[in-house]
Ligand binder design. Structure first.
Ligand code: NAP
Length: 261
């Protein structure tokens, strides 16, 4: 595969301390990207920076709480000051339904606001912050980790499904606005991936359905079981590369066959 176009580029990966973001950051660094990692948990970021540097890559950690409205612009400014212009933005940080699952009639308003802030408003503000430079340089990649719940509802997860449906519309619109300017904008829609977020959702659903965990795990996808973060990273690397230069405004399911459309 022609994965040129990543070497030496500055990639900002949000939620890079663990799970899917961590795997994407490590994979991009493996292709020669200089990777800015952000999240709230310093210790997790430091561990990933260590792994990337140990493998000969370049990486810097930036602590940032993306639920706060001024943070995305401030984060991009800080990254650009320290590492140079952002060429690849990976909107990965997210709040899962598993943190506070409830039917709509009992839904928690504060949790609604938090989910929308991190899953939808932060990608909007981060994209706004990186786009002027990308347009000027006539090169950029914006990747957003949406969800299979961008395709269907999420039981007891109204804020999650709404924010993940919304981010698809946002990214398709940015793609339309930037298609002729060397910038591509795409989403990945993962199915259930082993992570802190999804482990909690698994426990909630297994209990709700009266299944033991082994059976519940097995039934997660038609292929069988859950994905791991490293199943998602290659698609992100591909979409960031020159090989994907004619792909924009798309959303790809990486979901073990859970949704086939
Ligand atoms: P995870 O392991 O819980 O990681 C979530 C990441 O987001 C962490 O690094 C977390 O870091 C960061 N984050 C959360 N709230 C934040 C905030 N307020 N400010 C900044 N960073 C924040 O979950 P994951 O499964 O890898 O999820 C990554 C993305 O994939 C999310 O967008 C999620 O919706 C999506 N996704 C996951 C699955 C799945 O099954 N796992 C399926 C579909 C889509 P801190 O807590 O340190 O801030």
């Amino acid at each position: 595969m022609n994965l040129t176009g990543i070497q030496g580029r500055v990639a900002l990966v949000t939620g890079a301390g663990r799970g899917i973001g961590r795997a994407i950051a490590i994979a991009l660094a493996g292709e020669g990207a200089r990777v800015a990692l952000s999240a709230r948990t310093r210790s997790e970021l430091d561990e990933v920076v260590g792994l990337i540097r140990q493998a000969g890559g370049e990486s810097v950690a930036f602590e940032a709480d993306l639920s706060q409205r001024p943070t995305p612009a401030a984060l991009v400014a800080e990254v650009q000051l320290e590492m140079g212009p952002v060429d690849i933005l990976v909107n990965n940080a997210g709040v899962g339904s598993s943190s506070n699952p409830k039917p709509l009639v009992a839904f928690d308003d504060d949790f609604w606001d938090l989910s929308l802030a991190v899953n939808l408003t932060a990608p909007y503000l981060l994209s706004r912050a990186v786009l002027p430079g990308m347009l000027e340089r006539r090169h950029g990649r914006i990747l957003t980790i949406a969800s299979i719940n961008s395709r269907r509802g999420s039981l007891h997860g109204a804020a999650y499904a709404a924010s993940k449906h919304g981010v698809l519309g946002l990214m398709r619109t940015i793609a339309m606005e930037t298609a002729a300017d060397g910038v591509t904008v795409n989403c990945i829609c993962p199915g259930p991936v082993v992570s802190l977020m999804n482990d909690k959702r698994m426990e909630y659903d297994a209990k709700r359905l009266g299944r033991d965990m082994a059976e519940h795990e097995r039934l997660q996808t038609p292929i069988g079981g859950r994905l791991v973060p490293e199943d998602i990273a290659p698609m992100a690397v591909y979409l960031a590369s020159d090989a994907a230069r004619m792909i924009t405004g798309q959303a790809y399911n990486v979901c073990g066959g859970l949704v086939m459309s």
